[in-house]
Design a protein around this ligand. Sequence first.
Ligand code: KG4
Ligand code: ZN
Length: 320
Amino acid sequence: MFKSINILAIETSCDDTSIAVLKNKKILSNLISTQEIHLDYGGVVPELAAREHIKGIIGLIEKALEEAQTTMEEIDFLAVTKEPGLVGSLLVGNNTAETLGRIFKKPVIKINHLIGHVYANFENTEPKFPFISLLVSGGHSQIIEFTNYFESKIIHETEDDAIGECYDKVAKMLNLGYPGGPIIDKLAQKAENKVKYPMPKINLEKNFSFSGLKTHVANIINQANMKNEKIKVNDLLNNFQQAAIEQLLTKLSQSIENKQYKQILICGGVSANSYLREQITLRYSMHNIIMPKISLTTDNAAMIGLAAYYKIVKETNATN
Ligand code: KG4
Ligand code: ZN
C-alpha cells in the first residue's frame, strides 16, 4: 500500500527523448529533448535516433528529477514505453529503466505507446467505460473502443499511411519543414479560399486511407509546376486539411452511431490540430468530449506515467 505513488517515466519510441516525474497523476516535470540531427536527412534515421537517446537520456533524467524536486530514492515505480516504435530507440529506454530498476530496487512498469497516448486524457478526469478514442499520430490512425482500463478493440484503422505521416509528406512536397502537421495547421488558417482544390471523396465502406489523398496533392503540385502555374499554398493546404480531418470525423460518427459511449477522446500528435479540435467540439457537443492538453498530444513521457499510474492502481490496489 502506497501513500502516494512517485513515478519516473521514460519515453524513447522514436526521435524524442522524454522523461517525466509524476506524483500520482500530478505531472511534476515532463521534459522532451528533440533530436535535431535528423533535420539534415529529411526523416528520422533509426540508428542515429538510438545513439542520440544514449547520449542524452541520463542527463535528462537528472534534470527531470531536479525540476520535480525529487530523487531516485523517492521514486516508487519506473515506467517505460515497451512498444511500438523504433527497435534501437525502445531498447535504450528499456535498458535504462531496467538498469535503474535494478540499482534502486524499483519495479518497472512497461506501457504500450498507444495506450500512453490514450491515457494522456486522464490527467484531470477519470476514465468512464465504455469510451471511444480517436488516436491520430505520425504512425497510427485508429478508432479504439475501451470497455475496461486496458481492454480495447480497434474499430477502424488506416489501410496505408497514418494521417500525421500524410501531413508530414504533404509539407515535404512543398518544402515547408518538419514536422509538417503544426506547419500546415497554421498555414491552413491563413487560407484566403480564392482557389478551391477538389479533394477525393471519402469511401464510407472502407477503413481510413490517406495515401490516395497524399498522391492527389502531389498531382496537383506536379501539374501546376508543369504548367508553370502558381499554387495558392494556404488554400491548397486548407482543402487538404479539411479532406483529411473529414475522413476522421466521418468514421468517428459512424463508430458512435447507436452506441452509448460515456466519453469520446482524441489523442496523438494530430489531436493538437486546431481544425480537428474545433470540429469535434462543434459536432459532438451533445457528448462528453475529452481532449488532452496540447503539451500531452505529441510524444511525451508524462502520458506513459499516467498510463502506468492507472496500471499500478488497478493491478496492485494501491491508494492515494
Ligand atoms: O504522437 P506523435 O508525437 O508521434 C507518433 O507517435 O507518431 O505524432 C507526431 C505527428 C506528426 O506527424 C506531426 O506532424 C503531427 O503529429 N502533428 C500535427 C499537429 N501537431 C503535430 N498534425 C496536425 N496538426 C497539428 N497541429
Ligand atoms: Zn506517439
